[in-house]
Design a protein around this ligand. Structure first.
Ligand code: GAR
Length: 179
């Protein structure tokens, strides 16, 4: 059973839902984001855990882990979740937290990977699905797929091509991790 962490649009969450994966709960660090509405529209319990409601990141992560576990989640997918996870969360799901990232890690970690790949003049980039550790987009790589950067690509055109790969690759890897 899958718990999904989101912060924004939720197109990767939508891909997991549309491909029939057993998503049982969706948690966000940000209230009101489109991803939470997508969960509600699919009838999946959704909740937000804004940092300002807690005394520390560790306390927030504990509350989020408790809520996900109560809903039966045993595999966690970060689908556009833009916060680092603390050990208080990761220790609850050892080796069972997955992230999707729009670059060929270890190249271009962080939140501006697409812009940075373009600015660096890279001729290719891609999508990485990996297990999460305490670092920024680090942890063992489970799958990668390359795509070329085309002359005239903008952040928007490149993001669109990367996301179409993400929407296929992430559900495929997540499915392979289910019992
Ligand atoms: C995705 O492209 C994902 O790879 C990226 O955020 C986007 C979220 O889109 N994640 C990162 O950059 C993580 N460092 P979505 O909310 O529509 O799924």
């Amino acid at each position: 059973m899958i718990g999904v962490l989101v912060s924004g649009e939720g197109t990767n969450l939508q891909a997991l839902i549309d491909q029939g994966l057993p998503v049982v709960a969706v948690a966000s660090n940000k209230p009101g984001v489109r991803a939470l509405r997508r969960a509600e529209e699919a009838g999946i319990p959704a909740a937000s855990f804004p940092l300002e409601d807690y005394s520390s990141r560790a306390e927030r992560d504990l509350a989020m882990a408790d809520w996900l576990e109560q809903h039966g989640a045993s595999l966690i997918v970060c689908a556009g979740y833009m916060h680092l996870l603390t050990p208080s969360f990761l220790d609850r799901f050892p080796g069972r937290v997955v992230n999707v990232h729009p670059s060929l890690l270890p190249a271009f970690p962080g939140t501006r990977s697409i812009e940075e790949a373009l600015a660096a003049g890279a001729t290719e980039t891609g999508v990485t699905v990996h297990l999460v550790d305490e670092g920024v987009d680090s942890g063992p790589i489970l799958a990668q797929e390359r795509i070329p950067i085309l002359p005239g690509d903008t952040p928007d055109t490149l993001r669109e091509r990367l996301q179409s790969v993400e929407h296929r690759l992430l559900p495929q890897v997540v499915r392979s991790l289910l019992p």
